[in-house]
Design a protein around this ligand. Structure first.
Ligand SMILES: *Cc1c(COP(=O)(O)O)cnc(C)c1O
Length: 358
């Protein structure tokens, strides 16, 4: 039996995608091999690869001057590749420090160039995103790095800051669940293991204008090399790209970003409704307007009750609800493949548990 999987990443994938992959596992498209056994230079794989790139561009509604790249190393390698590539010809990188992931992006960038916090939410214990007028840019800033959604803190950037420098967006945990700011962004990246597929690859959109400033570093670390080789400069993570392609095709067929955005908001509203009507039994620490739609964090009156809640959830087939180890509490991740039925099962458990333990 399939469980209700609220995991924060890796997470649930669409059942029909898994079934299709199982169907094709021993004999992909009449080759007598699985997709992970064919050459990455074969026509068979090239078609899968090009289709994944095409779908990534289509679903993201990326304009023609943006290159989609598929790079290993997850979002974490992008924390380094962004400053390595964008600060190659000088300048500084500003960072909106909105939570654990943004903090990591900033600290990982430090060895590679001059970077600084342009806003820091730490004094307020990361409860919100900044208003654009609170962000302080230093002279010579090349880019402003923002985190579309803080996966651990459960905070969503509602308004993209349209300042005088291009944005770099870590979109990992709400990738394709909202329109991307192509008029403002130079790079948009994310590990695909939240909304779009299995772990092992990052989808990175880079404006062509940023490819001209290639740094003098090893090939794999240069955006320009990945773009010139259509993300096939070396052996790519073929299985991940194959599955991501299937997830993206399903997403496109279901209406793309507008549909997923609406669906995600509806799922989130169903959980926040229970939190807000629980008379303080469940507490979400984030400012209401900045609440995440994909990662909903909440506390119960005691850690003992939280343990009991998680135990009861598990017995009902609701898994992956334990909060991040750094913050504790409960976290429900409502990614693209999680069905409304699972959200309803969670809401029912929450209502029921509160009534019995108030
Ligand atoms: C998960 C996540 C990351 C890290 O992704 P990896 O692929 O594990 O490196 C970075 N940023 C955000 C916002 C995330 O949610």
């Amino acid at each position: 039996m399939r469980v209700h999987n609220f995991g924060a990443g890796p997470c649930t994938l669409p059942l029909e995608v898994l079934e299709e992959a199982r169907e094709e596992m021993l004999d992909f498209a009449g080759t007598g091999m699985s997709i992970v056994e064919v050459s990455h230079r074969s026509d068979t794989y090239q078609q899968v690869h090009e289709e994944a790139l095409r779908l990534a561009r289509e679903v993201a509604q990326a304009p023609a001057d943006v290159e989609p790249l598929l790079i290993q190393g997850g979002a974490t390698l992008q924390f380094s590749m962004v400053p390595i590539n964008l600060l190659a010809v000088g300048g500084t990188g500003g960072y909106v420090v909105s939570g654990a992931w943004a903090k990591k992006a900033l600290s990982e960038a430090r060895p590679h160039g001059k970077v600084y916090p342009a806003w820091d939410g730490q004094p307020e214990e990361y409860r919100r995103m900044p208003r654009p007028d609170e962000i302080r840019l230093q002279p010579d800033t090349r880019y402003l790095h923002v985190t579309s959604n803080e996966t651990i803190g459960g905070i969503r950037m509602v308004e993209w800051p349209g300042l005088e420098v291009p944005l770099v967006v870590d979109a990992s945990s709400d990738f394709m669940a909202r329109p991307l700011p192509w008029d403002l962004a130079e790079v948009v990246y994310g590990g695909v293991q939240k909304n779009l597929g299995p772990a092992g690859v990052a989808l990175v959109f880079v404006k062509r204008s940023a490819l001209d400033e290639a740094p003098e570093v090893g090939s794999y670390l240069r955006y320009e090399w990945h773009a010139a080789n259509r993300s096939l400069g070396n052996t790519p993570p073929m299985f991940q790209i194959y599955l991501m392609g299937k997830v993206l095709r399903r997403l496109r067929n279901r209406g793309g970003i507008p549909a997923l955005e609406q669906e995600t908001a509806a799922k989130a509203a169903a959980v926040y409704r229970v939190i807000d009507s629980s008379e303080g039994f469940y507490r979400n620490p984030v400012e209401t307007a900045h609440r995440s739609h994909t990662n909903i964090v909440f506390r119960l009156p005691s850690e003992e009750l939280e343990r009991a809640f998680l135990g009861e959830a598990e017995r009902r087939g609701l898994v992956g609800l334990k909060g991040h180890r750094s913050v504790g509490g409960i976290r429900a991740s409502l990614y693209a493949a999680l069905e409304m039925e699972s959200v309803e099962a969670l809401a029912e458990l929450m209502d029921d548990f509160a009534a019995r333990n108030r």
